[in-house]
Write a protein that binds this ligand. Structure first.
Ligand SMILES: [Zn+2]
Length: 70
């Protein structure tokens, strides 16, 4: 349901629209966050290719300024 012109971040689990400043960003809820974590622990998860425009500008800025402590 995500078109090429879409700029809203969506949950990688259920594709619901996610609030950029949401508590569980980039997930829509704690449930999806847990599902994602469980997938990682299960060893059967491939990191989805995420286009740069899908990253919150502030998050990107933090990553770029993170330095060795990040
Ligand atoms: Zn979700």
């Amino acid at each position: 349901m995500v078109g090429p012109m879409t700029r809203r971040p969506t949950c990688p689990i259920c594709s619901e629209t996610v609030k950029r400043r949401g508590e569980h960003f980039p997930f829509c809820s704690a449930r999806c966050k847990t599902i994602d974590l469980g997938s990682w622990l299960g060893g059967d998860y491939r990191l989805p290719a995420r286009p740069p425009e899908d990253i919150d500008p502030e998050t990107l800025e933090k990553l770029l300024q993170g330095g060795p402590e990040a």
